[in-house]
Design a protein around this ligand. Structure first.
Ligand code: NAD
Length: 319
């Protein structure tokens, strides 16, 4: 029987790409969001505009579905999540609790929840040269205030629904996903997209503003690897939280230099130390990912950034 799949947040960056992958794999797909995808039409068989903070809309969205990839969230880059904590916690708690309970009520088989590296404790990330984060490092907890705590709480909720109700829950912890068709302006964009935009708008020899001192470190994962990873996880029998990201850690300064090289421009950096920069250092430990999925992200940072930079440049030129 052809499985019917629900993707929430299908108007957003990862959800939109995921719908395309699921259609290529032959599923019947329903996308739900409060907005349509911004940059191209959804490949979903059915696309519903529904506010998933509301219980009755979650019941409607999950009706007749077999699996749900629950990606809907009120979120953004570091500037947004550090300044909208109450709104994020309020909206995401309602979306997630209603969605998992609707999945149980409508007897869906599988529920995937997209958590984040923001659940990892601050005390393990306070220097640029940190050890990669293993899944077990999540406790004792000291998550990112607001967004991270809500994610961690929902991870536990998935475990309870699995243990108490038999719903097959899956939890993935993303580490900085980037790629084309993602937000690149307006305040919700993440660092790779923001830097691509700033360099795209710069003169051949120019200077751009960098948040913090540029020494903060991260790992970045390209969108095609992200959707392949969550699809593979959903085919597995693994129900504990799993990292999904690259394990190549670089500084924001290095990220700027790679994008500058791709652009062919000469870019100097002007540091704004008053801007939020999040944790000092973060990397993904992919040991468990390799063990569980027999796979890990394949696309290099340079390759992914090249595609992303040229997509953002095209948007800027046609705007
Ligand atoms: P996104 O903001 O592009 O997509 C989220 C979508 O959810 C948006 O289209 C938004 O309109 C929708 N949404 C918000 N409120 C809604 C509501 N009340 N009802 C229905 N839809 C609603 O974000 P994304 O980057 O695609 O992220 C998808 C998921 O992955 C989120 O849960 C996010 O927290 C998680 N995540 C993403 C990253 C990343 O690097 N992109 C990292 C960690 C975790």
């Amino acid at each position: 029987m052809q499985k019917r799949i629900l993707v929430t947040g299908a108007g957003g960056f990862i959800g939109h790409h995921l719908v395309r992958l699921l259609k290529q794999k032959g599923y019947w797909v329903r996308g739900v969001d409060i907005v349509h995808p911004e940059y191209e039409k959804s490949a979903a068989d059915d696309f519903e505009i529904l506010d998933l903070r509301r219980w009755e809309n979650c019941l409607k969205a999950t009706q007749g579905m077999h699996h749900v990839y629950n990606l809907a969230a009120n979120m953004g880059g570091i500037g947004f999540i550090e300044s909208h904590k109450a709104e994020i916690v309020h909206d995401n708690t309602l979306i997630n609790m209603h969605m998992i309970d609707a999945a149980k009520t409508n007897k869906l088989e599988k529920f995937l929840y997209t958590s984040s590296a923001c659940i990892y404790p601050g005390y393990k990330q306070n220097s640029p040269e940190v050890s990669p984060l293993k899944e077990s490092d999540a406790y004792p907890a000291d998550a990112e205030d607001g967004y991270g705590w809500e994610k961690l709480y929902m991870e536990r909720t998935c475990r309870h629904y699995h243990e108490d109700y038999g719903l097959q829950t899956y939890v993935v912890r993303f580490h900085n996903i980037f790629g084309p068709l993602g937000t690149y302006e307006g305040g919700r964009e993440k660092s790779p997209a923001a830097i691509c935009r700033k360099i795209g708008l710069a003169n051949p020899v120019d200077e751009i503003e960098v948040w913090g001192d540029g020494l903060q470190t991260r790992s970045y994962c390209y969108i095609e690897d992200c959707i392949e990873g969550i699809y593979r996880l959903m085919q597995s029998e693994f129900h504990e939280p799993l990292n999904l990201g690259q394990d190549r850690m670089i500084s924001v300064n290095e990220l700027v230099d790679i994008i500058a090289k791709i652009s062919g421009k000469t870019i100097a950096k002007r540091y704004d130390l008053t801007k939020p920069q999040g944790v000092r250092g973060r990397n993904s430990d992919n040991t468990l990912l390799r063990q569980v999925l027999g796979w890990e992200p394949q696309i290099s940072l340079e390759e992914g950034l090249k595609i992303t930079y040229h997509w953002i440049l095209k948007q800027l030129e046609t705007a």
